[in-house]
Design a protein around this ligand. Sequence first.
Ligand code: PLP
Length: 417
Amino acid sequence: MTFSLFGDKFTRHSGITRLMEDLNDGLRTPGAIMLGGGNPAHIPAMDEYFHQLLADMLSSGKLTDALCNYDGPQGKSELLTVLAKMLRDTFGWDIEPQNIALTNGSQSAFFYLFNLFAGRRSDGTTRKVLFPLAPEYLGYADAGLEEELFVSTRPNIELLPAGQFKYHVDFERLQIGADTGMICVSRPTNPTGNVITDDELMRLDELANQHGIPLVIDNAYGVPFPGIIFSEARPLWNPNIVLCMSLSKLGLPGSRCGIIIANEKIVSAISNMNGIISLAPGGVGPAIVCEMIKRRDLLRLSEEVVKPFYRQRVQETIAILRRYLPEERCLIHKPEGAIFLWLWFKDLPVSTELLYQRLKQRGVLMVPGHFFFPGLDKPWPHTQQCMRMNYVPDPEKIEAGVRVLAEEIERAWGEAR
Ligand SMILES: Cc1ncc(COP(=O)(O)O)c(C=O)c1O
């Protein structure tokens, strides 16, 4: 039995598959310390809320309706209408239902978008996806139908007090040419928790416009929901921007619901792709979030429950890290959002891939940094010196994991002496 080229490419064991396997095994292995994948927290108040909401929806018949009927290929019409209104009211954006399409998780939205705007064209030319700032989300890395679909640009690094640092887009290095098909940036960024500044975002928007290519903003953690963003950052949308959102980090990753906000041409393209690939996006997540919007709970819970939970957890985690790892051993990217801390072990004598293996043997799961540089063309030692940790588990678990991490860092330095 042999596979097609498509088969060869998509059956490789990719970084994202390893991460999801670790996540699945770890979630089901007693004693494992899961600081790896991106499962959101089970926030008690949210769990309770979903429990009650689902009970109400079951008794009103809304849940059965969602389960027993197909939606259209653009996604549940009722949600498209109430979400468009909510975005108009919240941000003043000129959004109508025809500016929104749903997908089965935002991961599949990126697969659609990358292959819609990059790859081979009918005129024989090839275009690429540009990530203006690497590190960037590892889930993008293997989502191209064609090889070498991505290019990315190394950031400038600003060193900050208290052993922190922040990445910035290096506009001097950024190259946008005739072969650039789209620009894509996650904001807040997975893995770093970076939020590119309003100024950076507006410059990217301007550049995208000048080159007649879309700017895709991955808002999986951003505002108005789930709202896991701690810095002041203005959300941006216009018809040249494709804004991608998700229900996952609100606490509903099993609903597999992604949301694309874009101009009508793009929405219609996504809707047609949905029809071909999955008939229609799943309806349960959209039915839940529709009810949340109608009850005026979506934005309230994001602001009053989800954001404060993560803000407190990230502060606790930094305090724990600093009890075990001094600044000269570990720099921390300024946490501005998302559910991860990005640790930079400057000049570490072993690669973070080896560190990952050693931690895994001791039951601690984190993700080595080199996966997060899709499309970087030249080797850069920095990629081997960083590690992503999820700060979702309880502080006691985090402390146990950080203790092992600090021991392994010392071991690595000890071996180099
Ligand atoms: C930045 C970012 N974008 C997209 C996704 C995909 O999320 P989902 O497919 O669950 O909506 C994730 C998941 O962790 C993410 O971190």
